[in-house]
Design a protein around this ligand. Structure first.
Ligand code: G3P
Length: 478
């Protein structure tokens, strides 16, 4: 297809020999906005070979040189923030200002990774044999970090640039090569980001970006023998990837049903502001979005009133106008959200606003008195619809949070530091935020998932222990 954006391999932009393309639908206009190449399996094979040879040379490239190129790419990326943000607006309907922020934040992350990488990878471990019973000092052991090889990076639609570079930059500084498979919705933004790495002058074949139909190259990529590690962010697809992938390390960040537990002594204005920011920014299409509010009955009426007042002020419309609520990414996503809303209606949830939808645009909706028999109590809408469950004890809130299949983030609002720590400790999530909405950043903070042994879908940890973080809001007054 002559109009389609080219894919990137061996340091050059190429058309697929298939002559086919994949259309990218603008979520706002619901018309084809761009087209990308539909790469074939044969083309993927070639890319894998190129990535393998390029990696061998790259691993021998001095660390400081790798860092230098990353710094260069970061600067170019930030220079290109406007055109890339325009693509994000058209492809994924991200509000204009947030789109620019995504690119800037990505540039900063690339630089930070380059700086940290130089230090982390310089560290090694030195062991001597006489530490272990029965041994003299006759053997030394030097342990250092070496690259894995070819990394398959698969970011999601909601951050096609940021969640791509958060895989690419650490992989590159550590001496790996990259095969990037961007989400279809967001592919052009990702290709433009790759162009910035191209301009920085990385060796040929080190960074490659293939586009195409999941049905044609999806499994083919994840099961490819040339891949040495998969870094995936997304939804349930991660479960099937983990079942299909070979004996290689997997880095998975999947869904989140991030709970917000609100105690009686909480500062309700602070809670309401964080529920709005946490639940409705980018129309709830964030894995770290507040996805269920668990509030103590005695303060529930007051909190719901405050949140309702703020929901009424959210602007709804096109991303070009920088509206707070913009169309969700696809028609099927909007239909899924609608399914959850109708189920809640049928089962008696209280609608704080009227349900309204036009095309992919769904007006923000707060559902009060949600009960555990409703799908929305457990499922992730990935849209601007937020359920409130009233609880009578803190234990009830913790129980609901832990009964969820997802263990990404959560938050707790209380002025009692003691309770905050106890509850954070009891919540089975990778991160708990105290008096603050769930969110990844700042981007140098750890971002990890809970790893219950019965869950295949959280395979980020390669050790026998999980890491958990608690982030605090620290300020003099609210
Ligand atoms: O995958 C993480 C993403 O959905 C949320 O990131 O930065 O909005 O908290 P952030």
């Amino acid at each position: 297809d002559g109009d389609a954006y080219k894919y990137y391999a061996d340091g050059v932009w190429k058309k697929s020999a298939s002559g086919k393309s994949v259309s990218i639908i603008n979520p706002t206009t619901r018309k084809t906005q761009y087209k990308v190449q539909a790469c074939s399996q044969e083309e993927v094979n070639k890319v894998m070979d190129l990535a393998k040879s390029a990696q061998k040379l790259w691993a021998k490239t001095p660390l400081w040189k790798r860092a230098e190129l990353l710094h260069k790419a970061a600067a170019i990326l930030k220079e290109h923030k406007t055109p890339i943000a325009e693509c994000l607006v058209k492809e994924i309907a991200k509000p204009a200002k947030d789109a620019v922020m995504e690119v800037v934040r990505s540039g900063d992350l690339v630089s930070y990774t380059a700086e940290e990488g130089v230090r982390i990878l310089g560290e090694g471990k030195f062991l001597v044999s006489d530490s272990f019973p029965g041994n003299e000092r006759t053997k030394y052991c030097l342990t250092s970090k070496i690259p894995l090889g070819v990394i398959l990076a698969i970011p999601p639609f909601n951050y096609p640039v940021n969640l791509a570079v958060s895989k690419i930059a650490p992989a590159l500084i550590a001496g790996n090569s990259i095969v990037l498979k961007p989400p279809t919705q967001g592919a052009v933004s990702a290709l433009h980001m790759v162009h910035c790495f191209h301009l920085a002058g990385f060796p040929k074949g080190l960074i490659n970006c293939v586009t195409g139909k999941g049905s044609e190259i999806g499994d083919f990529l994840t099961m490819h023998p040339g891949v040495n590690c998969i870094s995936f962010t997304g939804g349930d697809t991660g479960i099937s990837i983990s079942k299909k992938a070979g004996m290689i390390p997997l880095q998975m960040e999947l869904g989140g049903k991030d709970a917000c537990i609100v105690l009686e002594d909480a500062d309700l204005d602070l809670v309401a502001a964080n529920i709005i920011k946490g639940g409705f920014s980018y129309s709830g299409q964030r894995c770290t979005a507040v996805k269920v509010v668990l509030v103590m009955e005695s303060v529930a009426d007051a909190l719901v009133e405050k949140v309702k007042a703020k929901v009424a002020k959210l602007t709804v419309g096109p991303p070009e106008d920088d509206c707070d609520i913009t169309p969700v990414v696809s028609e099927s996503s909007a239909n899924f959200i609608e399914g959850l809303v109708l189920d809640a209606k049928e089962k008696g949830a209280t609608f704080c606003q009227e349900y309204k939808r036009e095309g992919n645009l769904i007006w923000p909706l707060l559902l009060d008195n949600v009960r555990p028999d409703m799908r929305i109590a457990w499922e992730e809408p990935f849209g601007p619809v937020l359920p409130v469950i009233r609880i009578n004890s803190v234990e009830e809130g913790i129980h609901h949070c832990n009964a969820s299949n997802f263990g990404l983030q959560g938050c707790v609002f209380t002025k009692d530091v003691n309770k905050a720590i106890m509850i954070s400790d009891a919540m089975e999530t990778g991160t708990v935020q105290i008096n603050s909405a769930p969110a990844r950043g700042p981007d140098h903070f750890p971002f990890q998932v809970n790893l219950p042994f019965n869950q295949l879908n959280s395979a980020i940890s390669k050790t026998w222990k999980r890491t958990k973080s608690i982030f605090f809001l620290v300020q003099w007054s609210h």
